[in-house]
Design a protein around this ligand. Structure first.
Ligand code: BG6
Length: 506
């Protein structure tokens, strides 16, 4: 019998489901009045994954080149998995798995072709209305992220993205349209995906291109842009509560986890400081003001962030209802990394942990780290938690029987569900839902590969954009369906063991 710390048990109304983002699935990049986003301009680079910063390196010259180009294969986000034309089929498959919730994002550029436009784009609005109606038809609750890594190009060119305070006003105009037009279908909202990410990849999070900042240190520009996102998030929470009375509006953080590499006090301190830094901005969204350590951090670097007199009040009044986060992997911190092997992760590099297996992309998988994270976040904020991303990117093989036998994904899922159950039943964490990342295969955010597959549903497409877009249920499709049908109680009697997980970089 499979042994848990406590018997598996999930709350009655637990929200089981899956998650995607507009820029990674929709395609139809220039259809029905959609404006161009930064994601439409990032090319596929076949350069491996050891250093994520190379994947996100991007300059104004490349932007201009992309704007002039019609190439859909060079820029994979332009075709995605063509959810724009397959949404009915895809949502039917989600419903077949028994989803209670579907996390997705709205592309700002579909709602306003140009963020400066006076009037929204009705065709873009209709697309999302249709998607929400389709979800509701199956009793699926939409969970909507207003901004998931796709700043409009027009915003980048005219205002230097989130560096400008004007972007806050334009975002609120967009958020207002979303709340007014979609509020009758959508109760759960998130403001910014992985709100801490701008410090790691400023292009996709903030629309900040380094060579456009000759007048100000680039890092200071990032802190300034982050301040604007904090203001925008707080204003959106307040507005959403007013326009959609029963709404629940959350923040979303990248839950990274760094263990001390040894018990040396120096390694513990290095881990503590690194861990603290991942909470910097969620502290503001959850607690309503800048933490003292962030104010010190900015000051000690000699930077200045422009703030308006009313900003303190805005932040205090715009705190979130729940905390959502992504969790994929963990790694270690050491004060001195000389001679240590490093390991890549979700847009971070850390010291490799000798006790953990790793995915084909080197991400060290650690289900116990999910329980650890749940305890840590809950103890810090005492607000309901929602895991809105968790999953395994792996190479899948379409076998001659027309199937995908992805036991490794089932192993990962089983372990992480057990960890969640323990966090709820042993540690007293208030966890309200779980959405598996990339419930249908999609374009990877960091590598823009199709071959880094997360889905329970296979999409027949390769890294070069060739394929017939056929959807095929993987073995994990039936496994997750069984888990949802039993409200998480049936993850199988035996521990799934798959030896495939290995440390080998692709
Ligand atoms: C999260 C992002 O950080 O990780 C997603 O919110 C992303 O957009 C996911 O897809 C997995 O990362 P990757 O790089 O494997 O796509």
């Amino acid at each position: 019998m499979y042994k848990n710390v406590a018997k598996l048990n999930f709350p009655d109304k637990f929200l089981w489901g899956g998650a995607t983002a507009a820029n990674q699935i929709e395609g139809a990049w220039n259809v029905d009045g959609k404006g161009m986003t930064i994601e439409d301009c990032l090319p596929y680079r076949n350069i491996g994954v050891a250093d994520f910063t190379k994947q996100f390196a991007f300059d104004s010259k490349e932007l201009e080149e992309a704007i002039k180009s019609d190439d859909e294969l060079k820029y994979p986000k332009r075709h995605g998995i063509d959810f724009y034309h397959h949404y009915k089929e895809d949502i039917a498959l989600f419903a077949e798995m028994g989803f209670k919730v579907y996390r997705m994002s709205i592309s700002w550029s579909r709602i306003f072709t140009n963020p400066d436009d006076e009037e929204p784009n009705e065709k873009g609005i209709k697309f999302y209305e249709d998607v929400f109606k389709e979800c509701r038809k199956y009793g699926i609750e939409p969970l909507v992220t207003l901004s998931h890594y796709d700043p409009p190009v027009a915003l980048v060119k005219k205002y230097r993205g989130w560096y400008s305070r004007k972007t806050v006003d334009l975002f609120i105009k967009y958020a207002q349209v979303c709340f007014e037009r979609f509020g009758k279908y959508v109760k759960y909202w998130l403001t910014f995906n992985e709100v801490d990410a701008m410090l790691r990849h400023p292009v996709t999070s903030g629309g900040l291109i380094e060579d456009q900042f000759k007048d100000v240190p680039f890092e200071q520009a990032i802190y300034q842009a982050m301040h604007h996102q904090m203001i925008a998030s707080a204003l959106a929470v307040k507005l959403g509560h007013k326009l959609v009375p029963n709404s629940k509006i959350g923040c979303m953080m990248t839950k990274l986890l760094f263990y001390p590499y040894t018990c040396k006090p120096e390694d513990n301190m290095a881990a503590l400081l690194r861990m603290r830094s991942i909470y910097r901005y969620v502290d503001i969204q959850a607690l309503g003001k800048y933490p003292r350590y962030l104010i010190k951090e900015i000051k000690n670097k000699g930077y200045h962030v422009n703030m308006k007199p009313e900003d303190d009040k805005i932040l205090a009044e715009g705190t979130v209802d729940f905390i959502s986060f992504s969790y994929y992997m963990s790694s270690c911190m050491a004060a001195d990394t000389t001679g240590l092997t490093m390991s890549p992760g979700n847009t971070v590099n850390g010291v490799k942990n000798p006790y953990l297996p790793a995915s084909e992309w080197g991400w060290q998988t650690d289900a116990s780290g999910l329980r650890y994270s749940l305890i840590e976040i809950y103890d810090r904020y005492r607000k309901p938690l929602f895991i809105v991303e968790n999953g395994l990117g792996a190479k899948d093989e379409l076998t001659s029987d027309g199937k995908i036998h992805d036991k490794y994904r089932m192993e990962y899922l089983q372990e992480h569900i057990r960890a969640m159950s323990d966090a709820i039943n042993v540690d007293g964490v208030d966890l309200i839902g779980y959405t598996w990342w990339g419930c249908i295969d999609l374009i990877s955010e960091s590598t823009r590969q199709m071959s880094k597959r997360y889905g329970f549903i296979y999409v027949n497409l390769d890294d070069q954009g060739h394929g017939d877009y056929r959807r095929i249920k993987k073995d994990s499709f039936y496994y997750y369906k069984k888990i949802i049908a039993s409200n998480g109680n049936d993850i199988g009697d035996r521990k799934i063991v798959c030896v495939r997980m290995n440390y080998s970089l692709i």
